[in-house]
Design a protein around this ligand. Sequence first.
Ligand code: SAM
Ligand code: DTB
Ligand code: SF4
Length: 318
Amino acid sequence: MTQTTYPIRHDWSLDEVLALFSLPLNDLIFQAQTAHRSYFNPNQVQLSTLLNIKTGNCPEDCAYCPQSVHFTTTIEPDKLMPTEEVQAAARKAKEHGASRFCMGAAWRKPKGKAFEQVIDIIKVVKTEGLEACMTLGMLDEEQTQQLKQAGLDYYNHNLDTSETYYPQIISTRTYKDRLDTLARVQDADIKVCAGGIIGMGETVQDRAEMLQTLANLSKHPDSIPINQLVRVEGTPLEQAEPIESFDMVRCLAVTRILMPASYVRLSAGRTEMSDETQALCFLAGANSIFYGEKLLTTENPSANHDLQLLDRLGIEAV
Ligand code: SAM
Ligand code: DTB
Ligand code: SF4
């Protein structure tokens, strides 16, 4: 498994990252494989199951998101799910083989009684023997400490795109807001899950800038989800130009090289990918997926299909 010490760096220049994006694919994959094999068993993929615990009516205006109150989509808004329902879903995920349970809430930031319930939810998920991950929007310092004390393992908070492109996608918060929450999570010693979305009309330079920002944080995120945009009807990005599968493969490979010891997740967008594309993504260094029929509000491949695919590739689910 751990054969060589591939360097962990926090001083990547934009030119270096762009140079990786420009490598011939075979050279890029070779380098990503070398990085991957330095820190991980290349034949294992971690399974995370997602549950949307609070749906829709979000005051933010993220152009990709069907849960924003600013856009008209088919999403039925719903208040915070009762703790028992979350527990039942966590138990089912564990029975199906997931090791981490990720819960999302369509909030700008958590508040009041709902936040108190979130604390109870973390505790019950932990009693089911799963790692707990939450994504609740911006956090203040006190909330971050309370999440840590409740036993939260991971907090997901994506940068989503480059600082340059951010204002084209979201107007209701700044990139600095995002970085501030990430710093609080890291200071509280909660593992950071932070990545982004590709396919929103951004340039390769935007992708490189986003990955450079993540790689040059004082500590690399422990988990990095790379999402392919799910183009949802009614959102401003509904008609975004589809990316080609090699864009995803390259982005995952560069992520693996920049942050060799982190879990890199092939996240949203897999329903539009062939089995062969997904195999290439694993070859490029992705070693985590969302597992289970649903992401937050959109479809994911069936659990059976995923287990069969992993089996066909000789990959063990962990
Ligand atoms: N409201 C919180 C926030 O934005 O931080 C947490 C939930 S939000 C839905 C979590 C992440 O889902 C976003 O940061 C984004 O990366 C991802 N996401 C949302 N809609 C998406 C879409 N249509 N395609 C791909 N990823 C999406
Ligand atoms: C992440 O990076 N991707 C997940 C999770 N973190 C919360 C969400 C994907 C959402 C895809 C669109 C939807 O299902 O609403
Ligand atoms: Fe709200 Fe999160 Fe969706 Fe943005 S991505 S609209 S913050 S739920």
